[in-house]
Every structure is written in structure tokens, then in C-alpha cells.
Design a protein around this ligand. Sequence first.
Ligand SMILES: O=C(O)CCC(=O)C(=O)O
Length: 309
Amino acid sequence: MQSNLTSSMEMPVKEEFLKQGTSFPHDLLTPEETKDFRDKLVAYLESVNWKLDAINRHKPHMYLKWANDLGRHPKLVNMVKQLLGEDVLLWYSVIFVKPAQSKGRVPWHQDSTYWAMNKEVGLTAWIALSDVNVENGCMYVVPGSHETGGYRHEINNSADNMLHRGQQIADVNEESKVPVVLKPGQVSFHDLRLLHMSGPNQSVHPRLGIAFRFIPASNFPRTLKWLKRSATLVSGKKVHDYFIDDPMPKFDFDPEAMKSFRRSIRVAAVHTLFGDTSRSGLRKALDTVPILISRKSADYFKYWKNLAE
Ligand SMILES: O=C(O)CCC(=O)C(=O)O
């Protein structure tokens, strides 16, 4: 992989990203910024007793001002623009934290399966706010796998699966997997079609990361177009109306932003459970039932509860 690029990305990085579907590590934050964002993330984690669920780790940039600042960080946006073009939407984010000596893991998957975008174009910028290495459960990627087509995902609802839909690909040839080792303040990029996974944290320190999902502004979800999802324009101009504009949180837990966030997760739940029109009714039912009757259903009921608020 490309070693340590700094402020602006050269053409070879774009070439590498197009060819490998991934590029890392890249220096993003100064040590001061890293400490500041890390302290704020840890304060948030303390406030939820380090218990992240299908709601409180999703789209934090919608209601935590610091997370919004991080997702719109000028240096980050500049890097993403070079990979996706001038007009860019930030449409999702996820806090990916593994407490010290925790079993949580992420099975092999392709993000494209659950992003369900009209075009398979988009990327994740995964920002490390602690050291991220093999011992504490860094991601592994299979470079080039973004060009090998869509894999069949099955549902695996084991308690240690950190993916809220429990999806996994069973038969990945792991020979060419590469660990995505990052220092605090660095970022990695992966294409939405790239095969990736991560193991448990076997170290005595938490692994702290936050993922921001970006798409070119021309892209949009192919599912349930009438039930609009929301996104933040971070560069250039809007080119369609398939997304509602996210309001910018003025401070953490800004009530107006919270209202939009609650709507956004309700909509995400409906899209997740019922949205994929590319699947037949029977396949959809077969995929949905294990989610509904699993331990994860408690999280989904919280989505429904939010419907009333
Ligand atoms: O943080 C991890 O270990 C996995 C992240 C991931 O699957 C993603 O960002 O798509």
C-alpha cells in the first residue's frame, strides 16, 4: 500500500485506489486534533457506558458537532474529492469502537450490499483515533476484490458480529488479505465493493475508529426512492433531490439535529428491512426473519419506538 501521504494526494493515489479499491495509510489529523477528537469520542462512549447499539453508533455526525466537524474536515474532504470528484455527499457514519479485550468482530462483507446505491460508486474514510493494529482488531482488506463482483451475503447473528444486519460472506479466499494498520490521526479509504473484515480486540486498550461514508453527489439509494434518506453536501453542488439535506448540529445533541437524526434512523430501518427491491419477495422474507427474531431485534424495536417520538 501507499506509504504515508500527507496533505494533498497525488495522482498515483487515485490510480492505486481505482486499481486496489483501497489506499492507506494517510496522515489526516494533527496530534492536537487527534487528541481533541479522541477525548470527545471517549466522553461520548462514557456517556453510553461504552455500549454501542444499532442506534447510538450510527450517523453520529448528525447530532454530535465534533463528529460533524470531523466528517467535514477540509483535509479529509480534499482527499475524498480527489477520489470521487468535485461534488460529494457525506451520507452516513458509524462509530467503530472495540473496547479492550472485547470479542466484537466484523465478518467479511461488501458495503455495497447494504448501501444499495444506484451506482456502485462510493467509499469509506475510516479514521483511527487510537493505534489500530493486528492485535487490537484492525480491518483486513483484499486489494482488488472490488472488481470481482457481488458476493452472496448470508445472515450470521452471532453475538460477536458487530454488523447490525449480521451479514457475512462465508467463502472468502483469505490468502491475499492485508491488515489496515493505522496510527492515531491517520485515515484509510475503501471502495464500497471491497471485501473487508476485522477480528476481536485482544489488547488491553480500546480500538477507536469512526467511519465516514461518501458518495459522488450524482449517486443515490436505489431502494424506496419515495422514502428519502438524508445526506450532507461536503463539496460542490447538489445534482438531484433524492436526499433530504441534513441540518448542521450547532452543538452536541442539538434538538433540531436530533429530530432529523431520529427520522433518519427510522428511514434507515425501513430501507434495511424492506428496501431491497432487487430481491424477490421470498428471498427478502427469508433474509428479514432471522434479523427480526434475533437478539438484534431489540435494537430494531428501538427504531420502531422512535417512530412515536
Ligand atoms: O471497523 C471495523 O472493524 C470494520 C469497519 C467496516 O466494516 C466498514 O467501515 O465498512
